[in-house]
Design a protein around this ligand. Sequence first.
Ligand code: FMN
Length: 174
Amino acid sequence: MSEQPFLYVVVCAAGVAAGVGELIGAARERGWAAGVIATPAAMNGFFDTAAATALTGRPVRSAWRTPADPRPFPPPDAVVVAPATFNTINKWAAGIADTLALGTLCEAAGLGVPIAALPCVTGALASHPAYGSSLRRLREMGVRFGEPYSGEPGPDGGRTDFGWQRALDLVEPG
Ligand SMILES: Cc1cc2nc3c(=O)[nH]c(=O)nc-3n(C[C@H](O)[C@H](O)[C@H](O)COP(=O)(O)O)c2cc1C
């Protein structure tokens, strides 16, 4: 591991992604350097990419590099995907690598680094049979999951806390 461990933060297109700065800030406070890799859909206004660039000191990545370009980030010491959408979880479990974010996730297990996912999936989508199979398959690959989060209002009508820092707890040595 390098002097300062490097964390890949994969961001998907869920409404809660607007708060990802909380995760990046907490990671920096806990001693991680970080790089953000967003799905193409997440680049479409789901979070403040300029703020993420300022917080990490590196451009947010979403597109594949050209063969002539160097790798933009150092190799990861850990990978977190937060928020993780229904779409990305199912494609990841199926081994689809048609975006930089999915390619990064598909490769991560083979690198032997800790991987954590914080799903943000509504109850209606989570009831689709593909979703349960995908979670099982990813768990078998060693992916550590945060508590289920639906993005729906809590019992008092308000939003419940997404718990961004849980992603760090899951990848840091206990
Ligand atoms: C405002 C908005 C909020 C969304 N929130 C979620 C969400 O919380 N969870 C989810 O799985 N999909 C959500 N979606 C749908 C995803 O954006 C959509 O499935 C997209 O294809 C996901 O792409 P990605 O997995 O590549 O990021 C939302 C869409 C919109 C427009």
